[in-house]
Design a binder for this molecule. Structure first.
Ligand SMILES: [Zn+2]
Length: 393
């Protein structure tokens, strides 16, 4: 059985050991070692990566007390150098130990028990047995956890018999195989059963930040970060806020006020633009009415959206009985519109004919619109529509 060095010393990164077996499986090799510090996946903590004789370890898992290291090709020497990816492992140790602390504080403060724990490369979360938290409660939890970090409390891990474990103030008794159980104890705060790797004092957690909460089947999922992840997050947040503040010629404190002011100005500008567009639409509508004597006004626009075409058509329909057929090559869209004086059911006609021209759209009795994939289909349908309308009048 593999001697598990990560239990004796979770800070061990490099060691020399003997290769005890190599099993070829599919395109990979499963290597067992006399001693290993590679942590196999378990207790919510992902497996380690690193090197065995400079060969990348792809995965680590445990079966019947033996730890298997998955490698792309086998090591050549019987005695070999091993190295774990310490940056990754230390991050897992911070998030994992932090979770113990956070879960304990949530029970102590709000009787909120942790039902599941997720530790991924990008996100860390726990599900808590309460339907929701208020913002002031979340802030309180955050402050209590960080207080325990500043107190730099000791964290001890040890094995006890199952019998002895029943006398410990464990949060819950886990279902483990064998006679022994591994305990992790945060001085004065928490005693839990756990097989993972942990840091040795709460001060190593550095900083904790709660990020967000989500409702999850009657529970609350809380996302958080500890240590290096919290530092990286603060660095990124600070960098973004500084850039934004510089861009708006203010400081962090003035940023919200500045953006609120700009949003209000934009809203006002948008209102003025809409008013001016309305005037332009009215002007264009009058010009089109005057320059078209027939019952149908046909016009192609190159720089207008369907929404603008609708604005112009509305103005025409209000003061003329002419039928409008507008197209826009900007969006490959078409609009037909009249004020009820033309005996054409626009929506119905589109429903019957549009598919033949690969168009999509619809409408009601007096107006309909359609979108096309290309200007040729658009133009062909427009031409069909023109003939159809002229025939019906
Ligand atoms: Zn643990």
């Amino acid at each position: 059985m593999t001697n598990k060095l990560y239990y004796e010393n979770p800070y061990l990164t490099n060691w020399t050991t003997e290769v005890t077996n190599i099993i070829k499986k599919d395109n990979h090799f499963l290597v067992t070692l006399a001693e290993t510090a590679f942590y196999p996946e378990g207790g919510g903590q992902p497996s380690d990566t690193g090197l065995i004789e400079n060969i990348k370890v792809l995965d680590v898992f445990q079966e019947a007390g033996e730890v298997y290291h998955k490698l792309p090709h086998p090591p050549e020497n019987r005695v070999t150098e091993c190295q774990i990816d310490w940056e990754l492992r230390y991050d897992y140790m911070q998030q994992h130990t932090g979770q113990h602390l956070l879960s304990a504080i949530c029970i102590d403060e709000y009787d909120a028990h942790t039902s599941s724990f997720h530790l991924g490369k990008d996100t860390v979360s726990i599900d808590l047995s309460v339907p929701e938290f208020r913002d002031d409660q979340l802030l309180h939890i955050e402050n209590q956890v960080n207080k325990a970090i500043y107190e730099n409390r000791e964290i001890n891990t040890y094995f006890v018999s199952k019998e002895k474990a029943s006398s410990l103030p464990l949060r819950k008794m886990p279902d483990v195989e064998g006679d022994e159980m591994r305990i992790v104890e945060i001085e004065g705060i928490d005693t839990s059963a756990c097989a993972g790797t942990h840091i040795s004092r709460t001060g190593e957690l550095g900083l904790m930040k709660l990020l967000k909460t989500e409702k999850s089947k009657g529970n609350t999922r809380v996302y958080f970060i500890f240590g290096g992840r919290a530092l990286k997050d603060y660095q990124a947040t600070h960098s973004t806020l500084t850039s934004l503040a510089n861009q708006y010629s203010t400081n962090r404190e003035g940023l919200l006020e500045k953006i609120t002011k700009i949003e209000a100005e934009n809203k006002q500008s948008q209102k003025e633009i809409e008013e001016l567009k309305g005037q332009i639409h009215q002007f264009l509508a009058q010009e089109l009415i005057q320059s078209h004597n027939g019952p149908v006004i046909i016009k192609t626009f190159e720089d207008k959206s369907l929404k603008e075409l609708q604005g112009i058509a509305k103005q025409i329909n209000e003061s003329s009985n002419q039928c409008v057929i507008f197209t826009t090559t900007l969006e490959n869209k078409l609009l037909i519109s009249h004020n009820g004086s033309v005996p054409v059911q626009c929506g119905q006609l589109f429903k019957q004919e549009l598919k033949k021209y690969h168009g999509k759209g619809g409408g009601n009795n007096t107006t309909a619109q359609a979108a096309f994939n290309n200007p040729i289909d658009l133009e062909t349908f427009r031409s069909f529509l023109e003939t159809k309308i002229k025939e019906s009048i």
